[in-house]
Design a protein around this ligand. Sequence first.
Ligand SMILES: C=C(OP(=O)(O)O)C(=O)O
Length: 583
Amino acid sequence: MACFTLHGIPVSSGIAIGRAHLLAPAALDVKHYLIPDEQVEAEVQRLQNAFAVVHRELQTIWNELPKDSPAELGAFIDVHVLILSDPMIAEVPLDIIRSRHYNAEWALVTQIEELSAQFDEIEDAYLRARKGDIQQVGERVLKILTGSADTLARVGNSEEPIGSLIVVAHDISPADMLQFKDRAFGGFITDLGGPNSHTAIVARSLDIPAAVGMDNASTLIEQDDVVIIDGDVGVVIVDPPPKVLEQYRERQARLVRDRKKLGKLRKMPAVTRDGVEVALLANIELPEDCGPAMDAGAIGVGLFRSEFLFMGRTGQVNRLPTEDEQFESYRAAVLAMKGRPVTIRTLDIGADKPLDHAEQTALNPALGLRAIRYCLTEPQMFLAQLRAILRASAFGPVKLLIPMLAHAFEIDQSLAMIEQAKAQLREADIKFDPLIQVGAMIEIPAAALTLPMFVKRLDFLSIGTNDLIQYTLAIDRADHEVAHLYDPLHPAVLYLLSHTIAAADKAGVPVAVCGEMAGDTKLTRLLLGMGLREFSMHPAQLLPVKQEVLNSDLSLIAPVARKILRATEPQAIVEAVEQLRAL
Ligand SMILES: C=C(OP(=O)(O)O)C(=O)O
């Protein structure tokens, strides 16, 4: 077969080379036949049995989640359990069997197609994309009904060497992604998916090269084709000529060698060639993530996304974690970091991180009642979280970070609630750090443009570039249809960033970046040149960023960074960023 190249969205970096393993795309293509009257109840029972098997399967996956799995995985599996238990899936197909006498597969597919069509009508891109979750659950049940073995598990158990197969699928569920771990899979390609889809997030956390949104890769690529994935640029090369294959093998081997070398930097302080110290911290979602953070040499946690303790609580008696449950998690992180500071962000719920999908009705959830706005309307819940964080501060250095602030009164109300929580603890004779530092996420352009209001009231700032870019450029960060407009190098974004860093510096208030930009080695020098000295990122990025810091010389970087900040033409900015990287 002739070589061809496909382009998609890069979601997880690195090079993967292997044989294509196609996952059947047409699981929803099933036999249709009518059931005679006397067999209808047996057919209903057959479908119920399949539901029960899938419930057990999901439960097993959940119970066997490796300790070091990404925190989001449990939440993804919970979503599938929730879908499976929803009457729209658990009951309507049974009614279809009884009323229309369809066979179980046909009844289930009829209902999934009906629900999928309803999802297509939804305006919110995030919710619309959840159609994929319903289809994945449906396919799981169909596999049981039709007796088709789980292809992933079958291949995963084979004797193939680790990393030798590339999964090619129309779409793939996060739960199935789990089976990549320590199995033969080296990378994956899907027709669907955006940069922030659940599966993309899991791929990044598992460190598997991946490209998504490839449109019709699963029909163009054939079983056992030799495939290269360049996860840095989202390019897939099918049946490459020997010379290209050799070049990519060399690049892959170089990457492996580089990674090994990076391990040696673990204990080294992050200092530039001209002696400027830089603080590199980790972003975590759950206390368990502190292990990888410590392993990568993080000097603290710059962002503990506490909302992950509140999400994925399907089937639990309490919809929200209690104060004690939260306290246990915060304390576990504080103890795991062994005296290094832990910055705990209060509940940043809403938009792409809803507490409950069913309850999310706002037309523009990213602009709605989310994060601190929501917390201030739920004082009892917020006070419980604040008390839990304060209690953890008795066990090691803790900082408190408030998301989505834009107004002075929101800062004042938040500070007043922190004082109230402290008073309640004092009254109950419970220990906490009375001097706990309180900071704000700078992620709304209005906040970046009114810094004096923030630095006057708060101890530190942390720039959330993910949301800052979303709100500055007015694009939904989770919507793949506008992913091409998500530009960290847009002059407006660079202006807000450099202005925030400079203004905080002038006021003597520490400032960090905790969005994805902090972990992007292509931008490390630019951020250093803007004056940034504190970076917080996914633990996997810590050592590559440290290497970049160690190789940087600020006296050379600063003039180019100034040139970038003066530039107004995108091309000039891109070229100057390249120039910075070559210094
Ligand atoms: C770090 C950030 O927060 P989130 O958890 O929303 O990505 C950000 O917005 O940059």
